[in-house]
Design a protein around this ligand. Structure first.
Ligand SMILES: [Zn+2]
Length: 146
């Protein structure tokens, strides 16, 4: 059974149980996905070791995104709706990480504006970036993960 999260092939920033990848859609500058490395269908089935590492990663990732891009808020969403689009259902735990901005920000001479600030992030908004820029975004996030 095919799993779209297992099939992520970009080699993101790897931790023991989780992998952080920068999304090709950068409508929200710094948008990432944190996926559990093993195929696991729900948060209630995470091991205590996986939760512990997640607990350690949340402040590290939020601090990195604030330092890297000056976001004021980070939205975390674990909805997994795509895993239920068709049967047989096949969800895989992953978190959408969405930095949010109360002002226009500039990265590599390109401007980003969070026109939905103060509301739920709009996942239908799309701003695809090329691989070079995606890698640059990943590098700065990685450098600030301390
Ligand atoms: Zn999977």
């Amino acid at each position: 059974m095919q799993c779209h999260v297992c099939s992520f092939s970009n080699s993101g920033i790897s931790f023991n149980h989780w992998e952080l990848g920068v999304n090709v859609n950068q409508h929200y500058l710094g948008r990432c996905v944190l996926r559990l490395k093993r195929h696991c269908p729900s948060l209630s089935q995470l091991t205590s070791e996986e939760w512990t590492e997640f607990e350690e990663l949340v402040p590290k990732i939020e601090t990195s995104l604030k330092k890297s891009f000056d976001c004021v808020l980070v939205n975390w969403s674990c909805s997994m709706n795509r895993g239920f689009k068709r049967k047989p259902y096949n969800p895989h735990v992953h978190w959408h990480i969405i930095p949010r901005y109360d002002k226009q920000v500039n990265f590599k001479r390109t401007f980003y504006k969070d026109s939905e600030f103060g509301s739920v992030a709009d996942f239908t908004k799309e701003r695809l970036v090329d691989e070079n820029l995606r890698v640059e975004i990943e590098k700065i996030i990685s450098a600030n993960l301390i």
